[in-house]
Ligand binder design. Structure first.
Ligand code: ZN
Length: 78
């Protein structure tokens, strides 16, 4: 039985790379989720969290940088 939820624990907890945690969120329970560190190849911003969030972080950055680049092309910037 897991009596700790993401809401009262996750936001205050700083993860370390390689840490294995089990926690509940409002959408489900992560069992022994490995905390991974990823770095955006474009702006070198880093993120540590579970693999799903890490993937979303990278996807989000990819989209964001694509968007910025597109705008720069369209408006003759850079
Ligand atoms: Zn980035």
């Amino acid at each position: 039985m897991i009596n700790i939820t993401w809401d009262d624990w996750g936001p205050e907890h700083l993860f370390t790379e390689g840490e294995i945690v089990t926690y509940a969120t409002d959408i489900g329970v992560y069992f022994e989720a490995e905390m991974v560190k990823v770095t955006c190849p474009v702006c070198l911003e880093s993120f540590i969290g579970n693999k799903k969030e890490a993937g979303l972080f990278l996807l989000g950055h990819e989209k964001y940088h694509e968007h910025v680049e597109e705008r720069a092309e369209n408006y003759g910037g850079v």
